[in-house]
Design a protein around this ligand. Structure first.
Ligand code: F6R
Length: 605
């Protein structure tokens, strides 16, 4: 959600913190701020909106000091305003915070009764006020931070900076990730290793409940019980943390274009070209599983929805699928022969993490499919499977979706083989089809100019309907989600057969209806639904293949995809789902990489 950074440096830190915040801006961009210790005194600058506003402010009003903390915000308590922007300061302490303090009202009342005066509506200011009052009562900075942490309920990552302390940051992790970076005579703290990558490749990840005292000579780490502890230092691969646009106009464009290469390379981790099997980590198996439980949010949930069809069809495995924010609250019935799979690009989504914690100990194995292997979801699952997509910066998920699909496809095929549901020959045929995906995705990407032209009129629409059947239904949902997210056009997806049960009332000459319909077993039925739309003057865009167009009859607007086997069609149709949204957003002039109100990593429930 929010991104936090702290630096005890050798040089002026404000520009370095600003740079690190740029790398965290995908986490939120409602406001940003930096505080430093300058000649022993705390000083800070804060600005509403994107980081560029803070950057402008710093040009006119520079911030001096060699130690500092910074923050980029996704608003939870209190709207985007300078007063609500972090760092929050109370007397001799400044605080940056990612997460939510659940007992902030109670603390705020208590502190107000003692005479504290609050200048924001945030939960974070309560932390600063509490630590500030403890300093006033004579506690040392470390004691004040430690006692404050003991009073906080909720999920958070925090960093404290103190006036009069040029060589001290206290930081803590409870529920939200935090990494400590080690430099030569310098130390760093950040919400993720991405933020720290240009400054150091040596990183220690705090464990749940840890807090740390950081000085330029190193970090002392304490566990949740307050015992000093050791956490390993990891070398991060700086290449893997490169976050430039590589000549593309947007991160989203770059990430869509990367898909063929990523899918090709990532499949190699599970099935090398030199053999015809699928390798999974030791201990992961589906032979004894009686039911799969799949849980995720947003785009990752749609990947699971596609995978449900695959697991049922190719492995004969019953699948129960749920949105993470709903799962825990419906008393799901779990069994010790179930396998639970959690899918998350960031690996930090609070709802998915909470669902994972809910099933732990109640099912046979907890498996995660993640992009960030150091994330909480990866670390708390029994087995974590990387999707190998590389950093995804565009807020709208694209390459992570197809890379998630690929890992789930690999699992479904291997489950099919292990459970005797697929013969060796069927397995080999399907694996060969999976190997052909990158080439077909590249062909789909080649339709970009056509999509750009098609979306000119689409960008004028007020509402858009997406339809699909079978595995194309989740693709329709993904198309609608992408369009809403980055173009702000209202879009809905329906299973095509469901149209006549109500939504057909929406159809008129002004409603574009986008239909995902490869020429598969369900094609005829989808085309019947398309006819129902056309009979009511709906503006149909049919996305299909050559055979589909040959059989569909007259269609007002069409977009041709390569003809592919049914199993791999979701990968190919993901491209128009993404690209229609991208080009519609470009026509409308919206902020593609950082759409309003959103953040990449959703670490609050
Ligand atoms: C949509 C999108 C979101 C995420 C969702 C889950 O483009 O990006 O719907 O898919 O917030 O995020 P992760 O996968 O990080 O758990």
């Amino acid at each position: 959600m929010c991104g936090i950074v702290g630096i005890l440096g050798k040089h002026e830190v404000a520009p370095i913190i600003l740079d690190a915040l740029k790398r965290l801006e995908y986490r939120g961009y409602d406001s940003a701020g930096i505080a430093t210790v300058n000649n022993g005194a705390l000083d800070r600058r804060r600005a509403v909106g994107k980081l560029i506003n803070l950057s402008d402010l710093l040009v006119h009003d520079p911030l001096r000091g060699k130690s500092g903390i910074g923050h980029t915000r996704w608003a939870t308590h209190g709207g985007p305003s300078v007063a609500n922007a972090h760092p929050h300061q109370a007397g001799r302490v400044a605080v940056v915070h990612n997460g939510i303090i659940e007992n902030f009202r109670e603390l705020r009342e208590e502190l107000s009764a003692e005479g504290a005066s609050f200048s924001s509506q945030t939960d974070t200011e309560t932390i600063a006020q509490l630590a500030g009052s403890l300093l006033e009562k004579g506690r040392s900075p470390v004691e004040a931070a430690r006692e404050t942490l003991a009073r906080l309920k909720g999920a958070f990552a925090l960093a404290f900076l103190f006036s009069g302390e040029d060589d001290l940051i206290v930081c803590a992790r409870r529920g939200s990730p935090l990494a400590i970076g080690h430099g030569e005579g310098e130390m760093f703290v950040g919400s993720d290793a991405l933020a720290l990558a240009p400054m150091t490749d040596r990183v220690t990840y705090l464990e749940e409940g840890d807090w740390a005292i950081i000085t330029r000579s190193g970090a002392q780490i304490f566990d949740a019980e307050g015992h000093q502890t050791h956490r390993p230092m990891n070398r991060i691969n700086v290449e893997e943390t490169r976050v430039d646009k590589s000549g593309h106009r947007h991160f989203m464009a770059k990430e869509m274009a990367e898909q063929p290469a990523i899918l090709q390379a990532a499949l190699g981790f599970y099935s090398g070209l030199d053999h015809d099997g699928i390798d999974l980590p030791d201990g992961l198996g589906f032979a004894a599983t009686d039911r799969l439980i799949m849980v995720a949010c947003g785009t990752a949930y749609y990947a699971c929805q596609v995978a449900k069809y695959w697991f049922e069809r190719y492995a004969g495995l019953p699948v129960e699928l749920d949105i993470a924010s709903e799962f825990r609250y419906r008393n799901p019935v779990l069994g010790d022969s179930n396998t639970a799979i959690f899918v998350s690009q960031s690996g930090e989504t609070a709802d998915t993490l909470a669902a994972l914690r809910h099933v732990k100990g109640q099912v046979a194995q907890v498996v995660s499919v993640v992009n960030v292997m150091t994330s909480s979801i990866a670390r708390e699952s029994d087995i974590a499977l990387p999707i190998h997509a590389g950093p995804e910066i565009g807020v709208a998920s694209t390459k992570a979706f197809t890379a998630q699909l690929q890992v789930l496809a690999v699992l479904a095929l291997r489950a099919g083989l292990d459970r005797g549901h697929l013969s060796e020959a069927e397995f080999a045929t399907l694996l060969a089809q999976l190997r052909s995906v990158p080439g077909y995705v590249a062909q789909a990407l080649d339709r970009e100019e056509e999509i750009r032209l098609l979306t000119e009129s689409l960008s004028q629409a007020r509402d858009v309907l997406f339809l699909g059947r079978g595995v194309m239904y989740p693709l329709a949902q993904e198309g609608a989600l992408k369009l809403k997210e980055i173009s702000y056009i209202h879009a809905e997806a329906y299973a095509a057969g469901e149209l006549k049960h109500g939504p057909i009332a929406l159809i008129d000459k002004d409603l574009p209806v986008i239909i995902f319909a490869p020429h598969d077993a369900l094609f005829e039925k989808t085309v019947s639904n398309m006819q129902e739309v056309m009979a009511r003057q709906g503006q149909v865009l049919l996305i299909s293949d050559a055979q589909g167009f040959a059989d569909a009859g007259e269609v007002p607007t069409r977009l041709q995809m390569p003809a592919v086997p049914e199993f791999i069609a979701p990968f190919i149709y993901a491209v128009p789902a993404q690209m229609i949204a991208y080009h519609t957003a470009l026509h409308r002039g919206t902020d593609v990489d950082q759409p309003r109100n959103l953040a990449k990593s959703v670490t609050v429930e």
